[in-house]
Design a protein around this ligand. Structure first.
Ligand SMILES: [Fe+2]
Length: 309
């Protein structure tokens, strides 16, 4: 969300009557090591009348990506991560102190609802522990700046976060939404994503398999595009619903190839919507991405039982 551009998309989202909004990174463009500047930029978001009205009406949970963490494409080397985390939590947790004040990074999880209608929200931190990216070699045909890191020790999450995630995946839940700021599945763009860390990505898929965690859906953003990707080599179809940006439409590059893409993507301003119809014996899951006027850009539905090992 670009802080200095109109944010009328909040009104379109509110009309969907969401029970929860997940703000999954690049929530502001902080891009600074000066925490006064960071605070001022969050304040600009708070002062936006459309956001302010939305925030009163809809609960929000958040994690971060590079720009609100503090630096474009940054990982663990960003020197102000602890200070920036404090500003982030002060803004999003407003005095309610969750357990993430007590560990490094902003990863967090909650289970909403109960029994066979429970939804687990897992917010990953893909910044605080991430080792540096590998710049693309000359002659590589990827559109972006980076190529996969062949080093087995290169990190996306770090050991503590992996241990926590394993524990979370072993908890019972009917549906699990895992929010990763950067895309999990798409791999041919050369920008940031789990594709930059192939061993970490395989570890993620393997963890879902070894914990027998049912009901996983990934959501991601960052790319200034929306698309739905599907990974068919896991224990069941793993979807990655990417929605971005909210008011930062970019037309370049016009398209990139993604063999995992289901249907079409779009570069128009957009937001994602996950809707579950619990009234059926096998609940129906509906994944959407909507444009800023509420028009459908992506729509895919399936029974929840499809997401079972
Ligand atoms: Fe980003």
């Amino acid at each position: 969300m670009k802080p200095n551009r109109p944010q009328t998309i909040w009104n379109t989202i509110a009309r969907q009557r969401p029970e929860l909004f997940l703000f999954i990174g690049d929530n502001i463009y902080g891009d600074t090591e000066d925490m006064d500047v960071m605070r001022r930029k969050y304040q600009a978001l708070a002062d936006n009348p459309d956001f302010a009205a939305f925030r009163k009406a809809v609960p929000i949970m958040a994690t971060w990506d590079d720009h609100d963490y503090g630096k474009n494409d940054a990982g663990e080397e960003y020197p102000m991560k602890e200070e920036s985390k404090k500003v982030f939590l002060e803004f999003f947790e407003e005095g309610e102190k969750s357990s993430r004040w007590d560990h490094p990074g902003v990863y967090h999880s909650e289970i909403l609802g109960s029994g066979n209608q429970s939804i687990q929200i897992i917010l990953l931190d893909t910044r605080s522990f991430r080792t540096p990216l590998v710049k693309k070699e000359r002659g590589k045909s990827l559109p972006g700046l980076y190529q996969p890191n062949p080093d087995k020790d290169a990190r996306m999450l770090g050991e503590e976060q992996w241990t926590w995630l394993e524990g979370e995946l072993r908890k019972p839940a009917a549906l699990r939404i895992i929010a990763s700021s950067v895309q999990v599945i798409a791999e041919e763009h050369g920008w940031e994503g789990w594709t930059n860390f192939p061993y970490e990505r395989q570890r993620l898929f393997d963890l879902i398999e070894s914990t027998r965690a049912n009901g996983v859906i990934f959501i991601s953003g960052d790319r200034h595009l929306c698309e739905l990707s599907r990974w068919d080599k896991g224990p069941y179809p793993l979807y990655d619903l990417t929605s971005s940006g909210m008011n930062s439409e970019e037309r370049w590059p016009p398209d990139d190839s993604n063999p995992f893409r289901v249907g079409k993507g779009s570069r128009r301003n957009n937001f994602g919507l996950i809707d579950v119809n619990w009234s059926k014996p096998d609940p129906q899951v509906h994944l959407h991405v909507l444009g800023k006027n509420g028009d459908a850009l992506i729509s895919e539905q399936f029974p929840l039982s499809r997401l079972s090992p």
